[in-house]
Write a protein that binds this ligand. Structure first.
Ligand SMILES: [Zn+2]
Length: 237
């Protein structure tokens, strides 16, 4: 979160209901990256609404709403909220893209810990990197599948705007964002373990994180790497 965003976040949460037993924020993990949602109780709101304001997602609730109810509602709509934020993130990503200098032939980028440069027109470069990502990820996923003893039926590599991976546990499908390969290998490994663990736990419960941490002890470091570098990686190409 930027300094400005943090300030805005503090301002928004400070005015919320004082001294409640429930935190005035809610954290949603959109595969690997935590997104904070501030919970604000206001007189003006009669129903519950979600807005993106000053770089922060905010849930507006009526002032007399019981925090317990709000929290259980957020928990039961976790997947919907994730989907909503994911759907609206492209617009936010575009803003980030506008702030980064345009890529051109010769621009350098990181790829699995190595420095590479764009030696093809952007579209061709993208297809080449997707193909490379596929080639790299498939055996890696197989390797970790053996370790964890959770085997996906299908492995796909896609272009996502706001997440690093995805798992449809019922179909046995795990998907990865090709842009993830701008991270070092050990960070990529974490995302692989994260998605495979969803084959057993289709949520971010305590049991899920215990499984991920067990098979990938560097999880906290990998998460903080993605938190720090994620938006720049996502804005690539
Ligand atoms: Zn996840």
């Amino acid at each position: 979160m930027s300094h400005f965003a943090r300030k805005a976040f503090e301002k928004l949460t400070k005015k919320a209901m004082p001294q409640v037993d429930y935190p005035q924020q809610w954290s949603i993990i959109i595969d690997g990256t935590a997104t904070e949602i501030a919970i604000k109780y206001t007189r003006r709101n009669r129903s519950i609404g979600l807005k993106y304001q000053y770089d922060v997602w905010v849930i507006y609730c009526p002032q007399n709403a019981a925090p317990k109810k709000i929290h259980s509602m957020l928990a039961s709509h976790h997947a919907d909220l994730q989907a909503f934020i994911d759907r609206h993130s492209p617009k936010i990503q575009q803003r980030t893209q506008q702030e980064t200098p345009p890529l051109q032939q010769g621009s350098e980028f990181q790829w699995l810990g190595q420095i590479r440069n764009i030696h093809l027109p952007i579209e061709q470069m993208e297809s080449q990197l997707i193909a490379e990502a596929q080639e790299y990820l498939k055996p890696k996923v197989q390797f970790y599948a053996e370790q964890i003893q959770l085997f996906p039926k299908y492995i796909k590599v896609k272009n996502y705007q706001s997440c690093w991976g995805n798992c449809y546990h019922q179909r046995g499908l795990v998907q990865f964002n090709w842009k993830l390969l701008q991270a070092p290998q050990w960070v990529v490994d974490y995302v692989i373990v994260h998605e495979l663990a969803h084959l057993q736990h289709p949520n971010h419960s305590r049991h899920f994180w215990a499984l991920v941490n067990h098979h990938y002890p560097q999880t906290p470091q990998a998460k903080s790497y993605l938190k720090q570098h994620g938006s720049k990686m996502m804005a690539f190409l």
